[in-house]
Design a protein around this ligand. Structure first.
Ligand SMILES: Nc1ncnc2c1ncn2[C@@H]1O[C@H](COP(=O)(O)OP(=O)(O)OP(=O)(O)O)[C@@H](O)[C@H]1O
Length: 218
């Protein structure tokens, strides 16, 4: 099995307070994992360690077979959190433009997005069921629809891993169901590795292939 994330004896704390103590974990390509646990137990902290937003105080982390300190292929990493959804309704940018912005590293700033890239944008919008909304202003969409667009924005980079931190907060039950349906398809059809943090055990346990529970700093 290809390992995409490996934690070697990782500990982390904020100031003097230990949050995670000596964690060892392996995540394989194609895994779909839910990180669960009570409020404040360290779920977001664990995810932030995985994407180098936080550094361990002890131990080491490998991301896509590279020590995370030397990792530089961030275009292979997708990340969506609950705050992705922060465009005000008057912000004049369309769904298509939001997704295209992710291609800046490939296309270059101020260059016109070529036909090839436009097609890629169309394809990811179709994957998340938002193609027919491509000319709508992002701020005019519901929270659930916006989150799907933010998934598309990450998918257009063709990531190897998609990290999600409480992505369905504030979204109604039907919106959540649709959202999880898309994640399942991405995992099954594209073999995309998905790691999702949620405090909603009852939904997540029905959806993911594996659960990781944080309890007592372990
Ligand atoms: N920047 C910070 N400085 C100090 N303490 C922090 C910081 N961020 C988080 N904490 C504390 O670390 C602990 C773990 O926080 P974290 O956000 O990882 O928990 P969580 O399991 O994701 O919580 P929730 O389910 O409420 O989102 C909490 O006790 C939190 O108060």
């Amino acid at each position: 099995m290809d390992k995409v994330i490996k934690f070697n004896d990782v500990s982390f704390g904020y100031e003097d307070k230990v949050i995670l103590d000596n964690i060892n974990l392996n995540i394989n390509k194609g895994d779909y994992i839910g990180i669960i646990g009570q409020n404040g137990v360290g779920k977001s902290t664990l995810l932030k360690l995985m994407i180098n937003k936080l550094k361990p105080v002890k131990g080491s982390i490998d991301l896509l077979n590279k020590n995370i300190n030397n990792f530089d292929e961030w275009n292979k990493i997708g990340y969506v959190d609950q705050k992705s959804n922060s465009f005000s309704s008057s912000f004049p940018i369309t769904v298509e433009e939001v997704v295209s912005l992710s291609l800046v590293s490939k296309v270059g700033l101020f260059k016109r997005v070529s036909k090839k890239y436009k097609k890629e944008v169309d394809e990811v919008l179709k994957l998340v069921g938002m193609y027919e909304y491509k000319d709508r202003l992002i701020g005019s969409l519901s929270g659930g629809q916006q989150q799907k667009v933010f998934i598309a924005r990450e998918l257009v980079k063709s990531p190897e891993i998609l990290f999600l931190d409480e992505p369905t907060v504030g979204i109604d039950v039907n919106g959540q169901k649709e959202f999880y349906k898309i994640l399942k398809e991405l995992n099954e059809k594209l073999n995309l590795t998905i790691i999702i943090v949620s405090h909603d055990l009852f939904i997540v346990k029905e959806e993911v292939k594996k659960l990781a529970l944080i309890k007592n700093k372990k």
